[in-house]
Structures are given as C-alpha cells and as structure tokens.
Design a protein around this ligand. Structure first.
Ligand code: MG
Ligand code: MG
Length: 278
C-alpha cells in the first residue's frame, strides 16, 4: 500500500525537508580535512535542535547516530565516529533525515574533502547526482514507478566513464516511499528489473526518496561486522545522492531542495510545483 498525501501533509513534509536541507548546508561546511565524522554528527544534531526537529536515523533499527557518514569505499550507512578523521582527497556521502510534526525528510549528498580529487571521482559524483535528477524528472503524473528506475539507469549507462569500464549501480539498496515513516512502500530500484513489473502509477500525493548509489566498479556490496557499514565488495569508491520528492497536481516538488527543485527541473523543461511554505 502506498501512502498518498494531501496537499496539507505535503506542506508538513516540506517543513521536514527544509530542515534536512539546513543539515546539508551545515555539514557541507564542516566536512573539511581534520574533522571527524562524529563532528559532522554533532553539527547535524545541533541543526535539528535549532529547528525543534527530531532525528529519524538515531535509533532506527538500533542505528547509533543522527546521520550516516560514508567515506570512500563505504557506500551507505557509515557510522559517525571519533576515529574517522577526514583527510584531503577523501570523498564522503552524508545522509541526513529529520522529523517535523511526525513527517519525515531524507536526503543525501556526496562531498569532496579538501582538494586533489581525480577526474574519475568528480565525474562519479556528477553522474550519480544527475541520475537522481533524471529520476526526479521522471516523477510525473501518468508515469509508473518503473519509469523512474529506467530514467536513473539510462542516464548512468549513457555516461562514458573516464578510464573506461562501467559504473556499478548498487543493487542491494534503493529509494523508497516516505511520509509518516522514513521507509515505506514502494521500494525503488535504481535499475530496471522487469520481473518486478511496472510498479504503481504515479498520482498526486505520491512521495518518494530517490537515491541512486553508484560505484566506480562493482554493483555488489557487503556489510561490515558493525552490522551497518556497507562497502563495495571490490573496494572501489562510490557516490550517493538523494532527495525526497512529492508529486502534486502542479508537478514535482523536491521537498529537501532549498528551491524545491526549481532550477534543476527547469533544465529538464519541467516546472517544479509551487512551494507550499513560500
Ligand atoms: Mg537517506
Ligand atoms: Mg533514503
């Protein structure tokens, strides 16, 4: 069952999304060489408190922190730690969430720590982010869930990979419905699997977290002994981008983007829905 939201409920999700956007801005500034991933967690905690918002990651299935900090070969679910000190050349994916009035926001981005990153890494993050936007652009009335998966995969597959070979589209994790819980039906694959059918029709009130994860090598992952940290099986580095998006009668509203997705969707010839809180 997919939870369909009213315009009033989407406005509440926008409030949660804006808190997530604020956490992104603050952690982005703090992700510098010498900072620990625990420092970033504390930054996120402070932003949540300032907005009277609650964490949704903390305690989720026993997760011990407010955000996920995934460095280099870690794909997702890295646990913030005093022992992980960021250094020049690292790539970190930071996944953040917030609950406002019982409604959830969830979004992630990849950042470059310091300088000196290879063109391969810079392109990896660009391709991953842009594939997310291609997926968001496919979130339109009349489309099916599969159309979003296809848009993401097609975008990635059309990008030449510097140095040759193929990008790995991570198979074990994907996007999801979001609303009164962080993870709800339906699960959204970042590639086409015809055995799963076309999926539900996209109707007004449909809300999804769209989150491609891409590696420079394998699509396969494994979980470390801490039972959270997900790494690529071949040790190649990866990128993760995510936005929570609501589909409305007036088009998509990117709940976790400060501008509601207006600028990026315009590149796809799509008007973002009006911001209910603007
Ligand atoms: Mg997330
Ligand atoms: Mg998510």
């Amino acid at each position: 069952m997919v939870q369909i939201k009213t315009p009033e409920q989407i406005a509440k999700m926008r409030a949660a999304g804006l808190v997530v956007a604020a956490i992104h801005a603050a952690t982005r500034e703090a992700a510098v060489p010498g900072a620990t991933t625990k420092d970033l967690d504390q930054v996120a905690r402070k932003v949540l408190a300032e907005h009277n918002a609650k964490p949704n990651f903390l305690g989720y299935g026993g997760f011990p922190a407010t955000i996920c900090t995934s460095v280099n070969e870690v794909v997702v679910h890295g646990i913030p730690s005093d022992e992980v000190v960021l250094k020049d050349g690292d790539v970190i994916s930071i996944d953040c969430g917030a609950i406002v009035d019982g409604w959830h926001g969830d979004a992630a981005y990849t950042a470059f720590v310091g300088s000196g990153h290879s063109p391969e890494l810079i392109e990896l993050s660009r391709v991953t982010e842009e594939s997310m936007w291609a997926g968001i652009a496919a979130m339109k009335l009349g489309n099916r869930l599969l159309d979003i998966s296809r848009a993401i995969e097609t975008y990635i597959r059309r990008q030449p990979k510097p140095g040759g070979g193929r990008y790995g589209i991570i198979e074990d994790y994907g996007g999801h419905g979001i609303g009164t819980e962080m993870h709800m039906d339906p699960h959204l694959l970042n590639y086409v699997d015809r055995r799963r059918g076309k999926g539900p029709k996209l109707v007004p009130g449909f809300c999804l977290a769209i989150e491609p994860m891409v590696s420079l090598g394998t699509p396969k992952t494994r979980v470390l002994e801490d039972e959270w940290t997900v790494i690529t099986t071949d040790g190649t580095w990866s990128s993760h981008w995510e936005h929570s998006v609501a589909l409305t009668e007036q088009g998509p509203l990117v709940l976790t983007a400060p501008d509601g997705g207006r600028a990026k969707l315009a590149e796809y010839g799509i008007s973002a829905a009006p911001d209910p809180l603007a």
